[in-house]
Design a protein around this ligand. Structure first.
Ligand SMILES: Nc1ncnc2c1ncn2[C@@H]1O[C@H](COP(=O)(O)OP(=O)(O)O)[C@@H](O)[C@H]1O
Ligand SMILES: O=C(O)[C@@H](O)C(=O)COP(=O)(O)O
Length: 423
């Protein structure tokens, strides 16, 4: 029976959290959407429900999060982990604050911590300010995010407009004094300040202190980093390797990249010199999307006929100059066309024997998994911080190996090197 239940506001965020839970020895399953109780396997320690609510209407995000919470409690989960982006992707309306408010109310708890930090990927919080590498959040590329531009770095100021509660802060000086000092500071905030407390963390040792100080809270919130501080589920008879065991299926291999993020663009440039590649043509998609997809599928099958195990790369963006802004004339947005095309490619590739797939991009992953009719993922070995191989089960019961990569995650060679870890 699962002990920990996660609610993640997008699909790559869910696999990011699950990756860190597996690293702590927890056998973890990700469900895509709120599952029926009988669809959750019994032999897991953690369940992460992936919902696509980061940029949804506030009311929809809250209703979905509450439904996910009810299911996790029904499954027997004793603690809930509310996972949002390590760059706090949200707007003044939400959805991080409204979801926290709803979870706090439903769990009837005195308060919780707000911990976006994920130091392994450069996201740290110091004196209440969120950094991406050495840049303050509002000076990083997140300033220009198309849906959730982040123009403020102080987490308290980002959260206050979104929540009905007061927001407190506990700085690094206190975290450094250890779990007891932190817990005393949190209790003081919960008693006089408010139930939401932003806590600094600049390295994994800080995350361990925060996890220890909050071990009896029914709700914790953050990026995925906080999971690295959780007590390990491992023992002599339950080593970390047990949590990583997933079925590996054979078959053809592909990489589908719809992300335009800086890390993905570098990974595409690296892979173009090493793998057969196809760059989607926006004009061709706009003219006849099905014909372009058919051409991609024919091309991929020819490459697999030459070398059955060699991955093919299908991607959308080399440089930011390729990114087409939303159209003023009401024509179909490039982002929609690219997502639709990559989803259809995935489904057709699966019909032609694809057994392994790396997907780059959060929105893209959502579309691709929907097209493949994958309903749940069992997380396996980690590829890099926040990214793992998984075994995805489709509605029809077929299994496909998947690695979902958030746009800014992963080393430059992830599209070519990840396959070694699958073997
Ligand atoms: N040439 C393009 N012009 C406009 N949008 C694009 C283009 N290529 C891809 N996109 C869209 O950009 C979005 C990237 O988002 P996502 O997949 O979440 O990646 P990330 O994780 O990097 O944010 C997708 O909706 C994708 O379809
Ligand atoms: O917390 C994180 O940084 C990631 O898990 C995440 O949510 C990234 O979002 P996308 O870049 O939209 O995939």
């Amino acid at each position: 029976m699962p002990v920990l239940g996660g609610i993640a506001d997008d699909f790559t965020g869910a696999t990011d959290l699950a990756t860190n839970l597996v690293a702590r020895g927890l056998r973890t399953v990700v469900t895509l959407g709120v599952p029926a109780r009988e669809d959750v396997p019994a032999d897991v320690d953690a369940v992460v429900i992936a919902v696509k609510t980061r940029t949804a209407e506030v009311a929809e995000a809250v209703t979905t999060a509450r439904a996910a919470l009810r299911t996790l409690l029904d499954l027997g989960c004793e603690r809930i982990y509310d996972k949002y982006c390590s760059t706090f992707d949200s707007t003044a309306q939400g959805n991080i604050g409204p979801v926290m408010d709803a979870l706090l109310a439903d769990l009837d708890t005195p308060g919780t911590v707000v911990v976006p930090a994920f130091p392994a990927t450069g996201r740290t919080v110091y004196q209440g300010r969120l950094f991406v590498g050495s840049d303050l959040l509002d000076e990083s590329s997140m300033r220009h995010h198309p849906l959730t531009p982040m123009t403020e770095s102080r987490v308290r100021l980002l959260l206050e407009p979104q929540t009905r509660h007061a927001v407190g802060e506990v700085f690094h000086q206190t975290v450094r004094r250890g779990p007891d000092a932190l817990r005393a500071a949190l209790d003081a905030e919960f008693a006089d300040g408010g139930p939401l407390v932003v806590v600094d963390a600049i390295d994994d040792a800080d995350l361990r202190v925060i996890a220890e100080a909050t071990r009896d809270l029914p709700l914790i919130t953050g990026g995925s980093g906080l999971a690295l501080g959780l007590g390990t589920a491992t023992s002599a008879d339950a080593p970390v390797e047990r949590a990583e065991l997933i079925p590996v299926v054979g078959g053809h291999r592909a990489v589908l990249a719809g992300s335009a993020s800086a890390a993905t663009r570098a990974q595409v440039a690296h892979a173009r010199n090493r793998l057969p590649w196809w760059k989607l043509d926006l004009e061709a998609l706009r003219t006849d999307l099905d014909a372009e997809v058919a051409a991609v599928v024919e091309w991929a099958r020819a490459r697999w006929a030459e070398d059955a195990a060699r991955p093919v790369l299908v991607y959308a963006v080399d440089s930011l100059a390729d990114v087409e802004p939303p159209r003023a004339d009401g024509g179909e947005a490039a982002s929609v066309l690219v997502e639709r095309a990559l989803g259809r490619c995935a489904a057709r590739f699966a019909e032609h024997g694809m057994g392994g797939l790396v997907v780059a991009g959060g929105e893209t992953s959502g579309t691709v998994l929907t097209a493949l009719e994958v309903t749940r993922l069992r997380l396996g070995a980690s590829l890099s911080p926040g990214v793992s191989w998984a075994a995805g089960t489709t509605r029809a019961g077929a299994v496909v190996n998947l690695a979902l990569k958030s746009g800014n995650f992963g080393d430059e060679d992830i599209f070519t090197s990840s396959w070694e870890r699958l073997a």
